[in-house]
Design a protein around this ligand. Structure first.
Ligand code: GDP
Length: 425
């Protein structure tokens, strides 16, 4: 396996974590290149069931070096509690297998507060933020009001930089939102408790990745969220604040010259969407409740019930193209085993016209789905491990999807555990 990116094709929660955990077996480094602690990558393997937020999903594999690249929103508080929690469950995490980019910007104590204050101000028009401070973090980074992780090495200078930023940020907190200012004492406490412990993990990860590339090592890039949440190409403004596309992986990882040989796009066998924004295939009522329960569709980070619907091939085709996917992993096929007939959205209708093109975000509100029905298989697929052992109706469903989106489906998962996977040759 050469350099591989594992990315989301839709709205996120496609099952990227389980695919990274699986494919990390054949790689040397796993790099998270964007997003932050708002991720919820669920992994189930011989060590247990884990929901990873910032840690790369290669952390369970012996000999794999896990990297948090310069593009991530490095939340020291959340990262430390995650390290503690995962270590307590018997997973080895040391400066040998976890490297934090010295160029990663720190999510600062005011970012979470600002995120919550702005969602509260928006009242009944929220963006659906997870309130982890991600949007304020990336806006401040773009304004250069940011602190790089490597600055922790010089504590006096680091503290002075923080106080300088706090003076500016407290104006917004107190005068715009009428909230409490962040005090110097709070900042000092935060530095001691949350930043200093990160020192041993800091690394020039750009140099590390360059050396790995020069030495022919295999790098796996792990994305958060999906193509439709990409800051530039997604369903603005209901996107995340970073670039979720594989094209960004070289930059956010710290190796801008990296060539990605393989892009594995992860697609769920039906649609889910967490938070606000247009969701053309949304089911409601009992049909939605049944699918949500069958797929246990509740956010890994927030516990929020996910919105659900049939697979949306218009959105999926768009995601495949944006990601430049060379192959697909179709996850959660087992979940659809309760249905006699399975709808597939093949087109949208907008202003009376049929289209297979994903529209401009503002036009999504006028789009309605056009469905084609597929025969269900009405059985439990969780024990199936070979393509030829899948019921014919399930194979037809998978084959229809890959033809319609123009990308081969090389993995089909039928359960959350690492081994519940069909690998197609
Ligand atoms: P990610 O953020 O893309 O990694 O996805 P999430 O972890 O948020 O959501 C995927 C959920 O589906 C997790 O709870 C997984 O354990 C679960 N999952 C993944 N693949 C399968 C599968 O093939 N079948 C079933 N039933 N569950 C799966």
């Amino acid at each position: 396996m050469a350099n591989t990116a594992i990315v989301g094709i839709n709205w996120g929660d496609e099952g990227k974590g389980r695919m990274v955990d699986l494919l990390a077996e054949n790689c040397d480094l796993v790099v998270r290149y964007q997003g932050g602690g708002n991720a919820g990558h669920t992994v189930e393997n011989e060590k247990g069931k884990f929901a990873l937020h910032l840690l790369p999903s290669g952390i369970f594999r012996e000999g794999v070096v896990n990297v948090l690249g310069n593009g991530v929103a490095l939340d020291p508080e959340n990262l430390l509690s995650e390290i503690r929690e995962i270590k307590a469950r018997g997973v080895t995490i040391t400066p040998e297998n976890l490297k934090i980019s010295e160029r990663a910007s720190l999510l600062l104590p005011w970012h979470r507060a600002l995120d919550a204050l702005e969602e509260k101000r928006l009242a009944d028009r929220p963006y659906g933020s997870t309130k982890q401070g991600i949007a304020p973090f990336y806006s401040d980074k773009a304004q250069k009001k940011t602190v790089l992780a490597g600055e922790i090495r010089d504590l006096d200078r680091f503290m002075a930089h923080l106080l300088d930023l706090a003076e500016w940020k407290n104006l917004t907190l107190t005068k715009v939102y009428g909230a409490k200012a962040v005090s110097e004492d709070e900042l000092r406490e935060w530095v001691k408790a949350c930043c200093e412990p990160l020192l041993p993990y800091l690394c020039d990860t750009g140099a590390l990745l360059q050396a790995a590339q020069d030495g022919g090592k295999r790098i796996l890039f792990e994305a958060q969220l999906g193509a439709l949440r990409d800051l530039d190409f997604g369903i603005c403004p209901y996107t995340t604040s970073s670039n979720t596309l594989a094209a960004y992986a070289p930059i956010g990882s710290g190796l801008p010259s990296a060539k990605i040989d393989r892009v594995v796009g992860v697609v769920k066998a039906y649609s889910t969407c967490v938070g606000e924004g247009p969701f053309v295939c949304e089911l409601r009522g009992e049909a939605a409740a049944l699918l949500r329960e069958a797929g246990r569709e509740y956010g890994a980070k927030t516990g929020r019930p996910r919105r659900v619907g049939p697979i949306d091939l218009v959105a999926t085709r768009c995601g495949v193209s944006l990601q430049g996917a060379t192959e697909l992993a179709l996850t959660k096929l087992d979940v659809l085993g309760y249905l006699d007939s399975i709808p597939v959205c093949t087109h949208y209708r907008i202003d009376g016209k049929r289209t297979d093109r994903f529209p401009f975000p503002a036009d999504l509100d006028r789009a309605t789905p056009v469905y084609e029905e597929f025969e269900g298989w009405r059985c439990d697929l969780s024990g199936v491990r070979r393509w030829e052992d899948l019921p014919a109706a399930a194979r037809r469903y998978v084959e229809f999807i890959e033809t319609a989106v123009g990308c081969p489906i090389t993995y089909v998962s039928v359960g959350p555990e690492r081994g519940s996977i069909i690998i197609r040759k």
